[in-house]
Write a protein that binds this ligand. Sequence first.
Ligand code: ARG
Ligand code: ZN
Length: 458
Amino acid sequence: MKRLLALTAAAFITLPLTPAAASPVHGARPGAPGAGDPYFPEQGNGGYDAAHYDLTLDYDPATGRLQGLARITARATQALSRFNLDLVDTLTVRSVTVDGRAAAHAQSGSELVVTPARALPRGRAFTTAIRYDGEPVHVVDPDGSMDGWIKTSDGVYNANEPQGAKSWFPGNHHMTDKATHRFTVTVPSTRVAVANGDLVRRTSRAGRTTYVWNSCEPMANYLATVTIGAFSLTDTRIGRYRVTTAVDPQQSAPGFAERHPPVLDYFSGLFGPYPYSSTGGIVDHAPEVGYALETQTRPVYPGAPGESLLAHELAHQWFGNSVTPTSWRDIWLNEGFATYAEWLWSDKLGTRTVQESFDEAYARPADDDFWQTPTADPGGPQNLFHAPVYDRGAMTLHALRGTVGDRTFFAILRAWAREHRYGNADTAAFASLAERVAGRRLGALFDAWLHQPGKPSL
Ligand code: ARG
Ligand code: ZN
């Protein structure tokens, strides 16, 4: 009651004296056009923090046309006169509103600049609605691979690491701005649209089917997917998991859904609880893509995965998806950990011990180029997915395990997953967490494995 009175008094003093329409927002300035990532400086935007994306998409694989409505809820982190979203200008923005009022907008390259009718005070929650359409095309990455909206013979293979998200929806696409997502996707009824999270509704009318997917845990936009094809869809509960799978008719993936729980149970024992409300995967037929992606809750595969690839993408749900790096330079925190998890799973299956996997990777001669790339910085966006990121990253973890022992090592992995759950953390944070849990200095080990070029000695 006392608090209520105080609030009322404050409101009475400030509100009537400064009518909203006339109040200028002090110090309002444009949000930064990028988040300042060392590898992708333009990716993401400054000045606001996105909380939720509500995407309504209509796609026709026959024409390749996409119609979209993105409703983005965000909070201003500074007084904002205008702000940017990432969206390629080959898609056409038809209208933008902020809190229901028409806003000016301009597109240039991968930046969509929105100027609200009225500046937004710092701390204000606001909703931006963007209507857009066009024919999405994939992005070509600095390493020559493609990502984004990649067309297939019957739909779309949608994998967005590192920068494909801007090819199909507007947003704050740097990994440090996580948000929840809801996808409402309409496709011809001969196709299935699969996205992240839980399938909450499927309705058909006049030859078109609408799928609604709700992704209720925070997600970086590079982990979003809307993959479309003539899939067969299953949605079953197996033990404590809701397993939702989609398999292309050209692929043979017997028992695909049933293969998930044993891997997730094993990793839960090692890393801590599985972080998401559902799991599963999408087995597409996309030989031209050539890579899988750990899209959140439901990885996408260009063909039926073997045991190692399945384990790799599921391990990313802890390492990469729930605990996400703060910049692309720290990509080994994703790939080194997922590769190490592959080694653990092969050991568990009795195929190959972790030590054998380590020895094989370590056997590369000291003058091999491989050893010139330090784990913690592969040297630029063109090297994001180079072998050292995966193998030297995994070897780094094995060297740590050899130094601190099994008990402490797995305690470090669990503390990493727990303390940074749904958040972001960098290499320095990992090193200091490891030292804290181990109760000893590990500077020399991390320096040799993470920061110096050359083959570390054992
Ligand atoms: N993170 C994926 C994996 O390790 C690889 C993504 C590759 N992306 C790319 N644009 N080449 O499974
Ligand atoms: Zn990976």
